[in-house]
Design a binder for this molecule. Structure first.
Ligand code: 6CS
Length: 313
């Protein structure tokens, strides 16, 4: 059998590293019975086309993320909230692995449209970049911020006074270069690998959000697999949670040095500066509860509680 696996990234970026590691593991374990073919971003169109391809079983597996799938599964925009996850990426990893709000309640909403998320994992903290220092909410006034394109992302930057603008990352380098947008946010590895640092003078270690990726499969396809193969897929994905955590960590560490060496200034926020952003972001949770959630924010309520428990341990 041949299984097709698409991601939203290219080359050796974290999602592709994931897909290729999955391929290696599955092909080894099935001893030639299964071939996994991986596709880079663009292989089947845009990131939203990836979601359609997965729903139609044109591909069987995909790494999806809330910035794109959020328009199809509204509730998944929960991951777009700022300062929701803790300041520690290790704790975030633990929450993504263990949270019932995510792995049971949120999963149901994917299943309703024929998709089955098998795991949620972080690609690292999101950092914003700019051509002027951006260390206070006032610095975002009229700042044209690139977003992937969900309502929640829009609201998140508006809360700081920014002007969000939807753009595919394929157009982002040029957009930053010619000033169509003033800034963007992404994990460090992605900023460096896509060379955004060449056209941005500052990277703020804002850690305002995590890039949460989801290993997602077509549900009918999955249920049509033999029980042995279903278990193999589930086990492989489970085993890969720690593997991908280490992979993103080493890529983000490596690329932080690359960015520093490139001359882009890396800016830390003081406790006070951070507190100002956190406070300004809180109203967006109400927006999520009232305008985005289909369950009146019940998943967010539960997740906030789970986070508090894990952080308090
Ligand atoms: O900024 C983006 O749109 C891209 N960023 C990452 C980390 N992965 C894929 C996504 O399309």
């Amino acid at each position: 059998a041949e299984w097709l696996f698409i991601t939203e990234e290219t080359g050796e970026q974290v999602q592709m590293a994931y897909a290729n590691e999955f391929k290696k593991r599955i092909e080894e374990k099935t001893d030639g019975d299964v071939t996994v073919t991986t596709y880079e971003f663009g292989g089947l169109g845009t990131e939203t086309d990836n979601v359609v391809a997965l729903q139609e079983n044109t591909v069987q597996l995909a790494v999806t993320s809330p910035g794109f799938i959020g328009n199809t599964i509204q509730e998944s925009q929960i991951f777009g909230l700022h300062y929701l996850f803790p300041d520690s990426v290790e704790e975030t990893h633990k929450i993504l692995n263990e949270s019932e709000a995510i792995n049971v309640d949120l999963v149901k909403q994917y299943e309703e449209i024929g998709l089955k998320p098998l795991s949620f994992w972080t690609e690292g903290f999101m950092m914003w970049t700019s051509n002027k220092p951006v260390t206070s909410v006032a610095d975002f006034e009229n700042f044209k911020m690139r977003i992937q394109g969900t309502k929640l992302q829009e609201e998140a930057w508006k809360a700081y006074g920014g002007t969000p603008q939807t753009m595919s990352w394929g157009d982002l380098y040029t957009g930053l270069e010619n000033g169509t947008v003033d800034g963007q946010d992404n994990p460090i590895f992605f900023i460096a690998d896509a060379s955004f640092n060449e056209v941005q003078d500052y990277m703020t270690l804002s850690r305002h959000n995590n890039y949460v990726a989801t290993t997602t499969v077509n549900m009918d396809w999955f249920e049509g697999l033999s029980e042995d193969y279903q278990q193999l897929v589930v086990e492989t994905v489970e085993d890969m949670q720690d593997w991908i955590f280490e992979e993103q960590k080493s890529q983000n560490e490596h690329f932080l040095e690359v960015i520093k060496e490139s001359g882009t200034e890396v800016v830390e926020l003081s406790e006070e500066e951070l507190a100002e952003f956190k406070e300004a972001s809180m109203g967006v949770r109400d927006f999520y509860r009232e305008e985005v959630s289909r369950v009146d924010g019940a998943i967010l309520d539960k997740l906030e509680q789970e986070i508090e428990e894990i952080v308090g341990e």
